[in-house]
Design a binder for this molecule. Sequence first.
Ligand code: ADP
Length: 291
Amino acid sequence: MSSIKVADITKVYRKKPTPALNHLTLEIGNGMFGLLGKNGAGKSTLMKILTTLEQPTSGRAEICGIPLTQPGAIRNIIGYLPQNFAFYPNMKVTAALSYLATLANVPVREQRRRIEQLLDEVNLTAKANVKIQQLSGGMLQRLGIAQALINNPQLLIVDEPTAGLDPEERIRFRNLLTDFASSRTVLLSTHIVSDVEATTNRIGILEHGQLLFTGTTNELIDAATGHVFQALIPLEAAAQFKQTHQISEQVAQADQIRFRFIAGSSTRSPIAPTLEEAYLFLQAEQEGVLP
Ligand code: ADP
């Protein structure tokens, strides 16, 4: 059974002429699903609808078989880490989690054990009695995951979770999500391609509230195969070359620059696309800006 079924959802915000989501249909199974898209593509809007914080203008969705029209039942089975997770800075970590556990209807007699277990899972046991304002960005994100898992959800929804994390924290955070996704579902949104590269096997690309692509990362790369090229250009011609090509990478080499670029076609031999290039290709193709 699909964990998430989205059927023809449109969301129009008041005073906005273009819809944030435009007849979106999508099915997500178990495991980790990465929702990729530029800022403003509609990722947060979709997540807010799935968490029942926003209502769609039209269309339907189900989470583990429960329709959006039963928000209480949905909130019982999902955990949500919003984009800018913040909590009372003066509260201590354990006190904050107790407070949230109470809000999430975790019975008082179970709270202590549950909080200890969560702090262990997100590797914050040593910070249990520290004030939230003393946590680093990465620790705060991990506390965010702990609070999202407090009701032992079937589905975890995380919105742009790695923004502002250093590389080590980013990897630690990814591993945490991967562990969770081994038995349940994680929906992760990001505009950073490398966030989905290592961990998710299925991705969806959202643009202007519509799904540009859904499939595996390998399928995305296949879709761009034959559209990424390489050229060695003398320094004096480099500026002109950059103006007329969609560059994905450039590396200076003595008196030349090695460019990788994306194009509909080229007289040069194609090279294997990276996931990032495949993503750029798909977007450029959609916008009709490919040379
Ligand atoms: P993303 O998460 O991909 O950056 P969002 O879902 O936040 O995208 O935004 C999609 C579009 O909806 C944007 O044009 C944004 O300005 C608009 N939008 C989002 N939230 C609101 C809101 N509360 N009121 C009006 N417009 C909004």
